[in-house]
Structure formats: C-alpha cells, structure tokens
Design a protein around this ligand. Structure first.
Ligand SMILES: *[C@@H]1O[C@H](CO)[C@@H](O)[C@H](O)[C@H]1NC(C)=O
Ligand SMILES: *[C@@H]1O[C@H](CO)[C@@H](O)[C@H](O)[C@H]1NC(C)=O
Ligand SMILES: *[C@@H]1O[C@H](CO)[C@@H](O)[C@H](O)[C@H]1NC(C)=O
Ligand SMILES: *[C@@H]1O[C@H](CO)[C@@H](O)[C@H](O)[C@H]1NC(C)=O
Ligand SMILES: *[C@@H]1O[C@H](CO)[C@@H](O)[C@H](O)[C@H]1NC(C)=O
Ligand SMILES: *[C@@H]1O[C@H](CO)[C@@H](O)[C@H](O)[C@H]1NC(C)=O
Ligand SMILES: *[C@@H]1O[C@H](CO)[C@@H](O)[C@H](O)[C@H]1NC(C)=O
Length: 464
C-alpha cells in the first residue's frame, strides 16, 4: 500500500497535521558527503541539512535556464543544523553566489549546517558536498584544438598522467630510437566527455555547468577517440570529429568525471575549398596533429596516422633522425657536458620537434587565419619536404622560429645546427616574432607571446 493511501484513511484533522509533519521532514533532507543531490522541483520550504564535519566544500550547479534569467539563490550556514538561512542574513549565513551557473563555499561545520534555497522556481540544479575539493569545479587546464578542415576537427582533452622523460645515463647512454615506442596507456584514465557546439549567443548565456552541457546534443560525429601521449604534459583523449560545417565558429568543452568542466575553447572550421587532410598519432612525431598537404587518405579513413601515412614521408624522416642521433652520439654524452643546462637527450628532443615541424608542412587557410599569421602561398611550397606530392598549391602556415632556436640552443656546437637570423631572411621560411620578440624589430615582436590562443587563432606552427 502506498503511504499516501494509508494517510487518506485517517480523520481529516489528523491528516493535515501529518502532512505538515511530513513536509517538515522533507525540508530537512540531509546532504550526503561525497555525493551529488539532483533537485528538479525544490521542496517547499527548501532547506537541506549539512552533516557535521571538520571541513566541507558545498557546490551548486544550475542544469538549465539562462544566466541572465531569475535564478535561485543559495545560502549556507554553519552555525547549527536547525537554522533557516536566507537573504535576511544572520550569524554565519553566507550566500553561495552563482557565476555562469556554478557556485561553491568551503568552510567548517563543527555543529552541522543548513543550505537554504530561495526563489527555487522550476530550474533543476545539483548540490554537491565534498570533504575535499568542490565536486563542481573548473578543470585547470583546458582542452586543446589540434586543427580543423572544412568539415573535420582534431580535438584533445586536457592532459592527465604527465610523463617524466626517463633520460639515459652514463655509461649506458642510449638515446631513444627515431621511431619512439609509445608506452601503454594508463589503465584507469580520467573520464572526459567532449561537448562541441556551434558558438552562438545562446551558448554564452547558458549555465556553463556539466549537467547543462551533458544535456546538449554535440555537433559532428566522433569517428574515433583514443588515448595519446601527445607531449610531456601527459596523456590526452584524442577525438577525431567529422560532419562539421565549413567556416563556422565552434565552442568546445569537456566534462571531466561527470561534474567538472574544462573550456570553453573556440575554433573555426576552414573554408569549403580547403583540401588538406589531418594527420596525427605518429609515434616518431607524437605532437604532430594538424592539416598537411596530402591527397585525401585511403578510402573510408577520415584522417592520416602511422598506419596509412605514405612511406615516402616516414622513411626519410626516420633516416634523418637516426643519422642525427648517430652524429650526436659521437659526443661522450652523459660523461662529458657541453652545457650546464642541457643534455644530449634535450638536444635530440628539440631536434625531433624541429624536424617533425619542418617535415610536415602545415596548411593554413587565408580565409579563416588571423591577419598576422605567418602564411606562405606559393606554387611549389613543397620544396622543403620533397616527399610531399608536388602540384597542388596550398597556403602554408610557417613553423615558428622558436622551434628552430630551441634546437640550436639545446644541441652541441659541433653539430653546426643553425637557424636563419630574423634580420636576414628568416621570415621567408619561419614565423618570426610571434612567441618571442623578433630580433631587430622584425615582424610580430613577441606581440602574441604564443603560437596559438584559446580563440582558434594560430600564428605559426610550433610542433608542440
Ligand atoms: C563558519 O564559517 C566561517 C567562515 O569560514 C568561520 O569563520 C566560522 O568560524 C564557522 N563557524 C563555526 C561554528 O565553525
Ligand atoms: C568556487 O569558488 C571560488 C571562490 O569563490 C571561485 O573562484 C571559483 O570560480 C568557484 N568555482 C566554481 C566552479 O564555481
Ligand atoms: C614504429 O614502431 C611501431 C611499433 O612501436 C611499429 O608498429 C611501426 O611499424 C614503426 N614504424 C616505422 C615507420 O618503422
Ligand atoms: C580508433 O583508432 C585506433 C588507433 O588508430 C584503432 O586501434 C581503433 O581500431 C580505431 N577504432 C575505430 C572504431 O575505428
Ligand atoms: C567567428 O568568430 C569571429 C571572432 O569572434 C568573428 O569575427 C567571426 O565573424 C565569426 N565567424 C562566423 C562565421 O560567425
Ligand atoms: C564517463 O562520463 C560520462 C558522463 O558522465 C558517462 O556517461 C560515462 O558512463 C562515463 N564513462 C565511464 C567509462 O565511466
Ligand atoms: C643517413 O645516412 C645514410 C648513411 O650514411 C645515408 O645513406 C642517408 O642518405 C642518410 N639519410 C639522410 C636523410 O640524410
């Protein structure tokens, strides 16, 4: 028998009393520590009991509505477990102010506490109670855009499980092979969910919360996702997305472990005439992930990776790197030192980054690139890497000069690794002055301080 049926059999006066008692009991639902309570229709009057604890982080997240609409207000008190905190204030009553649909408060609850909700309305929300960091949180490092074509995107989650390079040591100073061995992925990776939406006014006014974002229908199709150790910052989930619309602004978020939000990151798809396909997942060039001047990949494959990339590109690259490593190893690496700051392993890493960046010309799109970007359009821009099929004219986004100077600085002098000087002709083959100031006031003069930003602007190719 349903409890309400039992109540209805009682005399009317007693029924009223019981109902009142029931709603009082309801108002004081206890919030469990370490869990999230999801509220659709807030109880009336809406008070939640907070258990006694030395320290708790209380967080709230709005799951629909707009940030400029009337939103509920949340008040917390740590004075006792039977107070009724609200906008009228009182001792130890704190408002949890919402910012883009999120709010949080951390404090001590020696005699428990109460969370009160005013103007609860019909907007569903979540309350999280944690004895550590707030359950609803921004992820500190954002997701990453590799590159786009007219209809595809190569996207990455924030990094996790950073890797510390195991550098060789004397007397067994063996540098890594040209073709690096990819370690096995972490067995318990962080769970990320990609949310990709066209940038629009409605998105900006939406609560930027995980419950709101997870309820959206993402644009495009993830044709493949896989863990990839892109760089020293760690593993990332790599998403290969197809089915996007040309020349469209998109906003990307990731939801980490159901409640935390990373982003937003913005990017624009290329114009419909852009014909370069994307390449990534190359063990010997793990950070390469962008559009390159190649014909479309073999049938049914959306993008290039080490399984379908022409050998005419891989073979000379690995051969150069092997030869460079052989020459570098003629130095008594690990026993003698050519610098107090850098080692042979640093030199090989910096050279690999430079070689990969030079070996894989990156296609740019004059239509969607920032005006200052280091773009080079020419009839035979493939001269730099003869392995790329000549003929199709494309616009190249030049490598950042810093990729070259990093190798110059990290390697011993006898290798005679030299970069062109900004005051002579460097700007013909490199993007100069975007990250650091170009010497003698050339080009960007360090204006951007970076090779790419969170708004989809890329000025030069960093190989990182
Ligand atoms: C309640 O929290 C405030 C702010 O953190 C703190 O100053 C106060 O001591 C706390 N009250 C109790 C009873 O712990
Ligand atoms: C949590 O509160 C802090 C301090 O008020 C604030 O800076 C931070 O943005 C809040 N986090 C979220 C996810 O609302
Ligand atoms: C690189 O090594 C992987 C195994 O780690 C192997 O499958 C692949 O064929 C190698 N690539 C080349 C070009 O030798
Ligand atoms: C996704 O890519 C990985 C690595 O290239 C491959 O092993 C896997 O089979 C692909 N999955 C699908 C569904 O295509
Ligand atoms: C994309 O965003 C940029 C910068 O916010 C804006 O200038 C441009 O007009 C937008 N493009 C489209 C197609 O909406
Ligand atoms: C990852 O998080 C999403 C969103 O909360 C959830 O639907 C999915 O089941 C989770 N996956 C794993 C493997 O836990
Ligand atoms: C690497 O060295 C070998 C042997 O000296 C040589 O045949 C080959 O051409 C070199 N590779 C490159 C890319 O220079």
């Amino acid at each position: 028998m349903h409890p309400a049926d039992r109540i209805s059999m009682l005399p009317p006066t007693l029924l009223l009393l019981l109902n009142a008692a029931l709603s009082v009991a309801q108002t004081r639902q206890t919030l469990p520590i370490g869990y999230v309570v999801s509220e659709k229709l807030a109880p009336n009057p809406p008070f939640f009991t907070i258990p006694t604890a030395s320290q708790l982080a209380i967080s709230v997240a709005m799951c629909s509505g707009t940030t400029d609409a009337a939103l509920p207000r949340f008040f917390v008190t740590n004075s006792s477990s039977d107070a009724s905190p609200g906008s009228s204030g009182g001792d130890n009553v704190f408002e949890i102010v919402l910012n883009q649909g999120h709010g949080n408060w951390t404090g001590t609850f020696p005699s428990g506490g109460v969370l009160g909700v005013e103007d609860a309305g019909q907007i569903p929300f979540e309350i999280g109670v944690s004895s550590g960091i707030p359950i609803h949180e921004w992820v500190p490092s954002p997701p990453l855009v590799g590159d786009t074509t007219a209809t595809q995107a190569l996207l990455f989650s924030p990094p996790f499980a950073p890797q510390t390079p195991q550098d060789p040591a004397y007397p067994n100073y063996a540098l890594p092979d040209a073709n690096l061995t990819i370690p096995s992925p972490p067995s318990n990776p962080t769970n990320y969910t990609l949310v990709l939406l066209p940038t629009s006014a409605s998105l900006a006014t939406m609560p930027q919360t995980a419950c709101m974002l997870l309820a959206q229908k993402s644009s495009g199709t993830i044709v493949n996702q896989t863990l990839w150790p892109r760089d020293a910052s760690g593993w990332r989930m790599e998403y290969r997305v197809t089915g996007l619309t040309a020349k469209t602004n998109y906003t990307m978020y990731v939801v980490e472990n159901t409640y935390k939000v990373g982003g937003p990151i913005f990017f624009t798809t290329k114009s419909s005439t852009f014909s370069c396909p994307l390449v990534s997942r190359l063990p010997y060039c793990p950070s390469i992930g962008y559009a390159v001047p190649l014909p479309p990949p073999p049938a049914a494959q959306a993008m290039y990776d080490s399984t379908n990339l022409p050998e005419s590109i891989t073979t000379p690259l690995l051969s150069s790197l092997t030869n460079f490593t052989t020459t570098l190893s003629t130095f008594a690496c690990g026993r003698d030192f050519y610098s107090p700051l850098v080692s042979c392993a640093d030199c090989q890493r910096a050279y690999r980054t430079w070689l990969c960046t030079i070996s894989f010309p990156r296609c740019g799109d004059a239509d969607t690139a920032p005006a200052a970007a280091a773009l080079l359009t020419s009839q035979s821009p493939n001269a730099r890497n003869a392995a790329f099929p000549p003929g199709n004219s494309y616009t190249q986004l030049l490598p950042c000069i810093e990729t070259c100077t990093a190798a110059d600085r990290a390697c011993p002098n006898f290798l005679k690794f030299r970069c062109p000087l900004p005051r002579f002709n460097a700007a013909q083959s490199y993007g100069v002055g975007f990250i650091d100031s170009g010497e003698d006031g050339v080009v960007g003069q360090g204006s951007t301080g970076t090779w790419a930003d969170n708004y989809g602007n890329v000025w030069c190719t960093s190989g990182q």
